[in-house]
Design a protein around this ligand. Structure first.
Ligand SMILES: Cc1cc2nc3c(=O)[nH]c(=O)nc-3n(C[C@H](O)[C@H](O)[C@H](O)COP(=O)(O)OP(=O)(O)OC[C@H]3O[C@@H](n4cnc5c(N)ncnc54)[C@H](O)[C@@H]3O)c2cc1C
Length: 388
């Protein structure tokens, strides 16, 4: 069982940090302010061979498992780019998981290779405006026709849709009320996001502005049979397969973000002199930062335990969910404290912590909210009645 990082993990950390080190505060601040996708960073990660870290080796990936990917994402989000940097590459790791596990050899070759090379970018179309967290209530419908399906519906929050040419799309192929179980009757596609036919409308939002999020309007769009992943009607089960890795990666991205903010706060507390001494000499400044360190560190190891269990093929739902919850909370607290430690300068964009603070709230909401995680733990771990 993993209780410390291996040499391989340290090598991942070192290699990824080298790439991240080429992109400084100024670069990420500009991407955020100008709401500009960090194409240069994405290219540098692809050129370094990092986008295929979880993908099969025969396709050009490194097959290093979720633990390796977690170390990589932690390194990215603790760099100057924070959660924006992590989100730039994140979808390559867990988004196509259904293709890795359930795709045919032809699909893996066609769909994964360009993602690893960084020539394709994919977004994830699951959430719908009228379904929210109740995913089985989605209504985007794929009607079977000769050679494929015609899809109509609306997705919301489709991240990176503006810069993606592919979409992983969850649809219904049987109305919910005609299914034996609400989780049946959904079908998954990985297909072209043809913006001459699909409207992808950017949503103005609080933070993580380097990576766009969108309302996506799909009207009678043809998707070929060749782009259906696995069997018709089993899409929800395929998506479930990628949920634990997703929780693990988002959780550890949160930890990295919080640790990046904490490092900035500690540095400022060492250097800023008020009343004739560094502000960090005051316990009112020092103790909250030490508390942030303790919470972030414990979330880090909870998440790595989940990753270790996952890679060993063991159940890890409780640990993955708890890790995401703890990581997001610890990150939010650390980023908030980083702003407060900087006093007025915490509010200035120059010191970066306000950018990290705005990103940290998102981690408590998406891809799953705290309430739903607690409901999962209440039901599955504590044996309490299902509450949703
Ligand atoms: C910036 C951003 C990027 C995103 N990117 C993507 C993406 O790329 N692809 C994608 O598919 N989705 C994406 N999402 C969507 C995200 O996963 C959802 O916003 C999230 O799952 C919450 O769903 P909702 O917003 O519909 O909340 P709702 O379902 O409307 O819930 C609202 C609130 O009510 C609470 N609530 C609801 N039901 C219960 C209950 N039974 N018990 C207790 N509390 C409950 C929720 O926890 C939440 O606090 C993104 C969201 C954001 C904000």
């Amino acid at each position: 069982m993993l209780i410390q990082l291996s040499e391989e993990h340290e090598a991942i950390r070192e290699g990824v940090a080298k790439v991240c080190g080429r992109f400084d505060d100024e670069y990420w601040s500009a991407c955020d302010t100008e709401k500009r996708f960090p194409f240069e960073f994405h290219r540098a990660m692809a050129d370094g061979g990092w986008l295929g870290i979880t993908m099969p080796e025969n396709l050009g990936g490194a097959n290093l498992g979720v633990t390796g990917a977690a170390i990589m994402m932690h390194t990215i989000s603790s760099s100057a780019g924070g959660y924006s940097a992590a989100s730039t590459v994140h979808l390559n790791l867990f988004g196509p998981h259904a293709v890795v596990v359930f795709g045919t050899d032809e699909q893996k070759e066609r769909m994964l290779k360009p993602l690893i090379a960084g020539t394709d970018r994919a977004c994830f179309g699951v959430t719908e405006p009228d379904a929210g967290l109740d995913t089985t209530s989605i209504t985007t419908f794929a009607t079977k026709v000769e050679g494929g399906y015609r899809v109509t519906g609306r997705k919301i929050w489709t991240s990176s849709g503006q810069v993606s040419n592919k979409i992983m799309l969850l649809t219904r192929t049987t109305p919910r009320n005609e299914c034996r179980k609400p989780t049946d009757g959904m079908t998954l596609f990985y297909t072209d996001l043809d913006k001459s036919q699909i409207e992808v409308r950017r949503i103005s939002k609080m933070g993580r502005n380097a990576v766009d999020s969108n309302a996506t309007f799909i009207d009678d769009y043809f998707v070929p049979d060749a782009d259906r992943i696995g069997e018709e009607g089993k899409g929800f089960h395929y998506i479930l397969h990628s949920l634990n890795p997703e929780r693990i990666l988002v959780g550890i991205e949160a930890v990295g973000l919080g640790q990046g903010a904490l490092a900035r706060a500690a540095q400022y507390a060492r250097e800023r002199v008020v009343f004739g001494r560094p502000i960090g000499a005051n316990q009112g400044i020092q103790h909250p930062l030490a508390e942030n360190w303790a919470y972030l560190e414990s979330a880090f190891w909870m998440i790595l335990r989940a990753a270790d269990l996952y890679d060993a093929g063991k159940p890890c739902g409780a640990e993955a969910n708890a890790g995401k919850f703890l990581g997001a909370r610890a990150a939010f607290e650390a980023c908030t404290r980083a702003v407060m430690t900087h006093g007025g300068m915490g509010y200035a964009t120059e010191y970066q912590v306000e950018r990290l603070f705005r990103e940290s709230i998102l981690l408590r909401i998406a891809p799953i909210t705290e309430q739903l995680i607690l409901s999962f733990i209440g039901e599955k771990v504590l044996g309490l009645p299902k509450s949703y």
